[in-house]
Design a protein. Structure first.
Lengths: 271, 177
């Protein structure tokens, strides 16, 4: 009986090995593509269902936090109104100057819209997790390293890996997701972001001489290949600068709700 | 005809389980996202179906998960196959009746086997790039504990409901070898 089982197990292992081999040499590719394509709409709708639930759950959990945040936001509104008026003036001035210079600086960004179909969920999620799967891949000219934005143009993450019809995207709060950014302060300080415990984003290796203020906007620096400059990802929330340290650490509060990503756009390289 | 209908039904079931796990459960809030429907389905298959069928279903689940996953192809198939073999060994030698205790013990061991084997494969595939071993990470143990609680709870609930409606799960010795 035991010997029979062993024989049976060996047969199965051979079959599995053969299937894995066929996968790697691409023989199974048409079937895989078909299954992936057919199942993507189902994945998308089920993901939205779960994502909505998570969003509602998070809202109810943080009700007390929200109350305190409302107070903070109300005080911010008045200062923002003043700033907005000043910026409108600047915008008008800017527009006139552009007309005078006949300068078309508006970047035309090529992008591909994609649905989030699932989310990776591993036990040691801080290390591996915070990755989402989208339904566009190499067939839509996606390559690793491209930046992913949400509907408002705020950076969500970066493409890590691509298959024919899907791609794995690391979210900015992922420890292994790194992005070249610049802080929109006077000096345009540059740095590299990385996720912090799956909750926030931090910028390391910022020199002590750099003057950074809370609420400074953080955007892509354009120093990375295929990632345009000026895509906003968050604002500075905390600055840790001990005089004895060589570097100061900057915490960035993302401007995007990672729990509510149904549709994203992948910014394609300029042709 | 009935045989083919059965096969189609099983394939549909496999797709449903994988869809639910990868897109719905994984996107739920953290606490709920630790439910492992694939493993729960496998444990139930082990109790209700013969070994040969369970192996094929496990491989089906594994191959489908591999197809949609970005890990090295074959990790899930091999893991689920090994879990079935180990769980069957336990069922045949230790948990020989269909009591709640057998259900729970099997769920416990299957969850441990599944996660240890799978994360060991992940560790091997990331050996050069990763510095930390999964067993030294608090997140791993926290997640595993939560998964054990969920899986055991759901299996217990299933057992309780089934026990109300059928006598199939009363303690009966199964091993006729």
């Amino acid at each position: 009986m035991f010997k029979n089982r062993i024989k049976q197990h060996i047969k199965i292992i051979v079959v599995v090995g053969l299937l894995i081999f066929l996968h790697f040499i691409g023989v199974l590719s048409p079937f895989e593509k078909l299954i992936t394509k057919v199942s993507q709409p189902i994945f998308g709708s089920l993901y939205n269902l779960g994502s909505n639930w998570r969003n509602d759950h998070n809202k109810s959990v943080s009700q007390t936090d929200l109350n305190t945040k409302v107070g903070d936001l109300e005080s911010q509104i008045s200062s923002l109104v003043v700033e907005n008026a000043r910026l409108k003036d600047l915008e008008n001035e800017n527009q006139k100057l552009r007309e005078y210079l006949n300068f078309f600086s508006q970047q035309k960004i090529n992008y591909v819209l994609a649905n989030v179909t699932s989310q990776e969920n591993f036990l040691d999620s801080v290390k591996y997790g915070q990755n989402i799967i989208i339904n566009k891949g190499s067939a839509d000219k996606l390559i690793p390293g491209l930046v992913v934005i949400n509907g408002q143009g705020v950076v969500v993450g970066k493409v890590l890996e691509v298959k024919d019809n899907s791609a794995r995207v690391c979210l900015l709060v992922n420890n292994s997701c790194k992005l070249a950014v610049s802080i929109l302060n006077q000096n345009r300080t540059i740095g590299v972001t990385e996720g912090d415990l799956g909750l926030t984003i931090k910028i390391n290796f910022v020199g002590q001489t750099e003057k950074i203020n809370e609420n400074d906007i953080v955007a892509t620096s354009g120093l990375e290949k295929d990632i345009p400059a000026g895509l906003v990802l968050g604002r500075v929330s905390q600055i840790n600068n001990n005089e004895n340290d060589v570097w100061q650490n900057v915490n960035v509060e993302p401007l995007v709700n990672f729990d509510n990503l149904g549709v994203v756009s992948v910014v394609l390289p300029q042709s | 005809m009935k045989k083919y209908f059965g096969i189609i039904l099983y394939i549909g079931l496999l797709f449903l389980v994988v869809f639910l796990q990868l897109s719905l459960v994984n996107s739920l809030p953290y606490v709920f996202s630790r439910i492992n429907i694939i493993l729960l389905a496998l444990i139930l298959f082990l109790f209700f179906l013969d070994f040969k069928k369970v192996v094929f279903l496990a491989l089906g689940l594994g191959l489908l998960t591999d197809l949609f996953s970005f890990q090295l192809f074959g990790f899930y198939s091999l893991t689920l196959f090994l879990v079935v073999v180990l769980a069957d060994f336990l069922l045949a030698n230790w948990f020989t009746n269909r009591s709640a205790y057998s259900f729970l013990a099997l769920t416990f061991f299957a969850t441990l086997f599944y996660n240890f084997i799978l994360y060991f494969f992940f560790y091997l595939s990331n050996f050069l790039s990763d510095s930390g071993f999964f067993l030294w990470q608090a997140n791993f143990w926290q997640g595993l504990g939560l998964e054990l609680v969920w899986n055991a709870g759901i299996i217990f609930l299933f057992f309780w409901v089934m026990n109300l409606t059928t006598t199939r799960l009363k303690p009966v010795f199964l091993d006729k070898r």
